[in-house]
Design a protein around this ligand. Structure first.
Ligand code: E85
Length: 232
């Protein structure tokens, strides 16, 4: 997160850190006791290795009560996701066992009504992604408030030039923005997860490249179907 600040510890008990060999790679969030939602692009370069999922954390390094690393039973990328564009950039991770829910580990409801969040709505995004252009990584969860911008503005020739589909949404990226390692985290508007951070053009903090999110509502049926079929 660029231009943000340290989150109040454990005020976002749904936040997950997707890790490989003890290193934070991407964000994610708990959508059910045994399921985390993140971004399919997060699996790029992991050559098929499964993530481990850190729940209940504020600091990535310090011991904290309720902080726990879960193994992943299976990772399911949306069938439409691919490395060439940002379409269908969603990843479902089934934990090896149900997460132990408590004050520091909670499920975050996601939007099921497929209607655009109004432009200028202030939303929040949090993550352990880079906090400087030089790529400095934070130890503690960061957050920032960002206003939603219209798809029309986000699709302008000088911005993302008609690549933002009705299954995506954007927030202003002037100075305060998502960045490397924030992918997969939730965009929370009025307490509900409306979007999942996608890297898009990978640019951070430049108002000409607004932050892009995969809207969750259009994928509610897919998410429910995967969770139902894997339940066992
Ligand atoms: N703001 C959109 C957004 C959301 C999520 C991730 C991203 N960026 C990135 N995702 N993956 C990346 N791999 C390498 N570099 C990256 N961005 C980068 C790094 C240093 C300086 C800078 O200005 C931008 C990214 C960008």
């Amino acid at each position: 997160i660029l231009g943000g600040y340290e989150a109040r510890p454990h005020l976002r008990p749904y936040m997950a850190s997707l890790q490989l060999d003890g290193q934070h790679v991407c964000g994610g969030f708990l959508i059910a006791e045994q399921w985390v939602l993140s971004a399919a692009h997060c699996t790029e370069g992991t050559n098929g290795k499964l993530f481990q999922v850190l729940l209940g954390a504020h600091s990535l390094s310090e011991p904290e009560p309720h902080k726990r690393l879960y193994r992943v039973r299976t990772q399911i990328a949306h069938p439409g996701s691919n490395i060439h564009n940002n379409r269908d950039d969603l990843l479902l991770l089934q934990l090896e066992e149900k997460a132990e829910l408590n004050a520091h580990v909670k499920v975050l409801p996601f939007q099921r009504e497929d209607r655009d969040v109004e432009a200028d709505t202030m939303c929040e995004v949090a993550g352990w992604g880079t906090i400087t252009h030089s790529g400095r990584r934070p130890d503690k969860l960061q957050q920032v408030e960002r206003p939603v911008i219209s798809r029309e503005l986000c699709n302008h020739r000088t911005r993302h030039d008609q690549t933002i589909t009705e299954k995506m949404m954007c927030t202003d990226s002037r100075k305060k923005d998502t960045c490397k390692g924030d992918s997969g985290g939730p965009l929370v508007c009025n307490g509900v997860a409306e979007g999942v951070v996608t890297a898009g053009s990978r640019v951070c903090g430049n108002y000409k490249k607004p932050a892009i999110y995969t809207r969750i509502a259009p994928y509610a049926a897919w998410i429910d179907g995967v969770m139902a079929s894997a339940a066992g």
